[in-house]
Ligand binder design. Structure first.
Ligand code: NDP
Ligand code: ZN
Length: 347
């Protein structure tokens, strides 16, 4: 990112490796819709000459003297969010906000990201996970961000057995939310999107009904399908600030919203007063940055190894070599009909 609205290639020094850190070279990287919000919506404010990217599998080329669990040559999964695990926020259970709100999100936010020949990982023991034999680079790379974020949507909405759920947005993140809701025992899952390729995968991942937001407003479609009752839970992984209006309205009293969508523009989110029970409807709205960390990664990896989730099915476009990231990023910006998620394989 050269500045808001402008990307290109730049030369930079390799970052120094502190005693708890690691330097990695990428084996597989993927652009995220968040990179698009950051560059083209200026969602984080101005960033000049910052390396983009926060989704990667890599190989360690240098490791700090205090790192216990990793050595040079290890292949590792790097989470998009890399908290400081000894921070106060981490101790209070919100590691993703270590150092201030959203500050666990360092790559392509407060420091250079992973779209480079080498990149720096803080707190290597806390933020790296060994890539086991038999797990593909494609599946592993989706563990950086798409799986943990999609799953966090289901966690934030606190899905319980038999809940009826609307998942608004079924790009790669929302698709993993559908899979997560399904694993957590949701009943009816209404998946909201428009592109056929995403709708088909949503069905495979457990959606019971597809709602096309381009063919009428989603609120009335969901109310019609639920005999006017609405849903128990809403996961938001797409749309914009206005999406909360429909989400609150379609929610039953006592319902919960889990938002993982990155609201790239707009000043306020309006909550409809009456539909929110005039402030007394017990309708919770939770929004969160995905938690990072190696323990969580290992648990999610476990779901891949036991064939419970197949995040590699998100990948529709493949590129070879670091230079491929340019085209991959532009695909993510333009969202052609046949795209879910691109990946760039370096090794
Ligand atoms: P995509 O853009 O690929 O998917 C967005 C989805 O929302 C698509 O299914 C799209 O439908 C749908 N959509 C678009 N507009 C509307 C609308 N008005 N009403 C309902 N649905 C709509 O995004 P990703 O899946 O890659 O990412 C989702 C969000 O998650 C992004 O904002 C991203 O920045 C954020 N994110 C958040 C993270 C976190 O930690 N919280 C981490 C990573 C990402 P279609 O395209 O089919 O028309
Ligand atoms: Zn991301």
């Amino acid at each position: 990112m050269k500045k808001i609205g402008s990307v290109g290639w730049i030369e930079k020094e390799v970052a120094a490796c502190g005693p708890s850190d690691a330097i990695c070279r990428p084996l597989a990287i993927a652009p995220c819709t968040s990179d698009i919000h950051t560059v083209w919506s200026g969602a984080l404010g101005e960033r000049e000459n910052m390396v983009l990217g926060h989704e990667a599998v890599g190989e360690i080329v240098e490791v700090g003297s205090l790192v216990k669990n990793f050595k040079v040559g290890d292949k590792v999964i790097i989470t998009a969010i890399t908290p400081d695990w000894n921070s106060e926020e981490a101790q209070s259970g919100y590691a993703m906000h270590s150092g201030g709100m959203l500050s666990g999100w360092k790559f392509s936010n407060f420091k250079d990201g992973v779209f480079a020949e080498f990149f720096h990982v803080n707190d290597a023991d806390g933020n790296l996970t060994h890539l086991p034999e038999g797990v593909s680079l494609e599946a592993a790379c989706m563990l950086s961000d798409m799986v943990p974020t999609g799953f966090h949507g289901a966690e934030l909405a606190e899905i319980e057995f038999g809940n009826s759920v609307a998942v608004i947005g079924i790009g790669p993140v929302g698709l993993m939310s559908v899979a997560a809701c399904s694993l957590r025992g949701a009943g009816e899952i209404f998946a909201v999107g428009s592109r056929e390729i995403c709708c088909n995968l949503a069905r495979d991942f457990g959606a019971t009904q597809i709602i096309n937001y381009k063919k009428g407003d989603i609120l009335s479609q969901i109310m019609d399908l639920t005999d006017g009752k609405g849903v128990d839970r809403v996961v938001i992984a797409g749309g914009d600030c206005d999406t909360f209006d429909a989400a609150v309205k379609m929610l039953r009293p006592g319902g919960k919203i889990g938002n993982v969508n990155y609201l790239g523009d707009g000043d306020y989110i309006k909550i409809p007063r009456e539909a929110w029970g005039c402030g007394m409807g017990h309708k919770q709205i939770n929004g969160g940055l995905m938690p990072g960390g190696s323990l969580r990664s290992q648990r999610l990896l476990n779901l891949i190894q036991t064939n419970r989730i197949h995040p590699e099915r998100l990948i529709t476009h493949r590129f070879k070599g670091l230079s491929g990231v340019e085209e991959a990023l532009m695909l993510m910006k333009d969202k052609p009909k046949d795209l879910i998620k691109p990946i760039v394989i370096i090794d």
